[in-house]
Design a protein around this ligand. Structure first.
Ligand code: ZN
Length: 239
């Protein structure tokens, strides 16, 4: 799952007014941000086996520290604790924790049974949506489109950067996701780890876009056409 994680972060923006989209994206992608780091330090392992699933050539040999259910619950608590420590409200902190947990749930849908429940000798789970390229693209595409729509309905651009930064982020996400099943397999597991480190850019890019957008007021939310990307006529709040 790739853009599906972005979808839940985008959808959460309306409920999480006090934190940037950057933090929501960091939480939703959290496990995948840890994963390349754990690969590079030798804590986890992946190999490239073309055809192992139709949509992805990655065989996730060992990744209990980033992707077991038990550790996901722990990372989710860490996210909650960090947010509370930074003065974020209980509700929004809980939402950040839930976003971390959502990653595992979405991964279960697409992965073959390779997700452990806990580190050590654990059963492996996964429903294997990646066995079908068409279904993978449909399910993730619908989730992503819903997330894009909900975010646009919850915020409006405060200036031109609010339009450009947001839509370029969506475009880059799409370019990172859509060609995947049709591309040649990556040259090595190490290359996968290094390229995956690039995902660390996504929260910062999202935060940049989010800084140039403002929540749509409840009153104007009904009068403004949903999804309209016209520049806001309202004065830009000083941020
Ligand atoms: Zn993942």
């Amino acid at each position: 799952m790739f853009v599906g994680h972005a979808a839940v972060a985008l959808a959460a923006r309306k409920k999480a007014r006090s934190v940037s989209l950057g933090w929501l994206v960091a939480a939703a992608f959290g496990l995948d941000l840890l994963w390349p780091v754990f690969l590079l330090v030798g804590l986890e392992r992946v190999s490239i086996v073309p055809g192992i699933t139709a949509a992805s050539p990655l065989r996730f040999d060992y990744y209990p520290w980033s992707h077991s259910l038990l550790m996901t619950l722990a990372w989710s608590l860490v996210a909650y604790g960090l947010a509370r420590w930074r003065g974020v409200s209980r509700g929004t902190s809980g939402l950040l924790g839930a976003l971390v947990l959502s990653h595992w749930v979405l991964d279960v849908i697409v992965h073959r049974p390779d997700l452990p429940l806990w580190p050590g000798a654990s059963p492996l789970v996964g429903l294997g949506l990646w066995n079908s390229v068409a279904w993978s693209l449909i399910v993730e595409g619908v989730l992503f489109a819903a997330g894009i729509f909900l975010y646009v309905r919850a915020t409006r651009p405060a200036d031109r950067t609010g339009v450009f930064a947001y839509w370029s982020w969506i475009l880059v996400m799409t370019a990172m996701w859509l060609p995947g099943p049709f591309s040649p397999p990556p040259p090595s597991a190490r290359a996968v780890a290094w390229v995956s480190l690039g995902m660390w850019l996504l929260p910062f890019w999202a935060a940049w876009a989010d800084r140039h957008r403002t929540p749509r007021e409840p009153a104007t939310a009904s009068s403004a056409p949903a999804g309209a990307e016209a520049l806001s006529p309202a004065p830009t709040p000083d941020r």
